[in-house]
Design a protein around this ligand. Structure first.
Ligand SMILES: [Zn+2]
Ligand SMILES: [Zn+2]
Length: 362
């Protein structure tokens, strides 16, 4: 195997300094990066070659050895991954929006608002969402280039996507007018997407909503957002859950609370009644002497815990209903009930009246 001319590969002179090497490598690596040339074997080869050349020349020891012997012992692994990450730090994976184009950018995140019932939140569910989004074009894998087509690195900006010019003391960077900031010129735009790299698609996505979710909870569907421009990675889809108000129950964490209207005889004498639960009805014992506002509880009849086991409780807040439309017979019975009370009134009221008499001596 003939020794490679690393200087020629990077297109620099033999006395190029570090800055020149770095710049040359950056431009070439960007142009030949596999993400920007999907499926292009030649570009991939070039990318490896360029990375290897830079890996050697950027290391003073290896460069000296290479200059003397025209080869470097134990090549192969030049740790290009690290070098690449080094140079392009913060370059991939989004967060670089608007800082010049011609860079690999992540697609936008999408939000989908989904309304569900309390019953669905309790049971969990599987559903399908119809999501319109931009996706990487299948024909060109998002590159915008017709398969087998030709891409040139823009000569005006040498692939940078920006041109700089000086105005007084200021150096201003502007998107390159020749390539419209792309850093490249596509000679054969993809016909599937008219060179855009992305196409509008409507997808039916299956989501599984775990039992116990609450209003405002979000589910993240990784990579189901919009495709990145020029074949960049897709963003995420966030499903925001809205749990509809229930006609009976109000949620309190994992507990379900509702009002329970009872008659005076029911709370006074006790009763066993049917009460609503989320999935039907259940039997509830009302002890004799139950007070207004007292909470009667059915353990484990509430919402399931989202993380963890078991369920909360169903809680019934007692409201004592006072009848306003007594029949003659009912009135008679109540009168009799009143007469049956010693003194005719509540002992607390009698005590209070007695104290008042002591104080004011009437
Ligand atoms: Zn395309
Ligand atoms: Zn340009």
């Amino acid at each position: 195997m003939a020794a490679k001319d690393y200087y020629a590969i990077l297109g620099v002179s033999r006395d190029a300094d570090d800055a020149t090497l770095k710049k040359a490598y950056r431009n070439l690596a960007r142009a030949y990066h596999p993400d920007r040339n999907p499926g292009d074997k030649k570009a991939e080869e070039r990318f490896k070659e360029v990375s290897e050349a830079y890996g050697v020349l950027a290391d003073p020891e290896k460069r000296a050895q290479y200059d003397r012997f025209g080869t470097v012992g134990g090549t192969g692994d030049v740790g290009f991954g690290t070098i690449f990450e080094d140079l392009f730090e913060g370059f991939f994976g989004g967060g670089e929006r608007g800082r010049g184009r011609g860079r690999v950018r992540r697609g936008d995140d999408l939000r989908y608002d989904l309304e569900i019932t309390l019953e669905e939140a309790a049971a969990g569910m599987e559903t399908k969402l119809q999501v319109p989004r931009l996706e990487a074009c299948e024909t060109c894998q998002g590159s915008g280039v017709q398969p087998g087509g030709h891409v040139e690195i823009c000569a005006s900006c040498r692939g940078q996507g920006q041109v700089r010019f000086t105005q007084g003391f200021l150096t201003v960077a502007r998107p390159c007018p020749n390539c419209r900031g792309e850093g490249r010129i596509v000679r054969h735009p993809c016909t599937g997407c008219r060179g855009q790299g992305r196409v509008s698609r409507e997808r039916l996505l299956k989501v599984t909503i775990p039992a116990g979710v609450e209003n405002g909870n979000q589910l993240r569907l990784s990579g189901e957002g919009e495709g990145g421009p020029q074949g960049g990675p897709a963003g995420d889809l966030y499903v925001v859950l809205h749990v509809k108000a229930h006609e009976i129950f109000v949620r309190d964490g994992a507990h379900l609370v509702c009002e329970l209207p009872l008659t005076f005889p029911q709370v006074a004498l006790g009763d066993e009644i049917e009460v609503p639960v989320l999935d039907g009805t259940a039997k509830l014992k009302v002890p004799a002497g139950t007070q207004p506002g007292q909470r009667l509880v059915l353990r484990g009849k509430g919402m399931p815990h989202l993380r963890g086991r078991g369920r909360g409780d169903a809680v019934y807040e007692v409201v004592v209903e006072v009848p306003t439309d007594l029949t003659a017979r009912q009135r008679e019975l109540l009168e009799e009930f009143r007469r049956s009370h010693e003194g005719g009134s509540n002992p607390r009221v009698s005590k209070f009246l007695e104290r008042m008499k002591q104080l004011f001596g009437s």
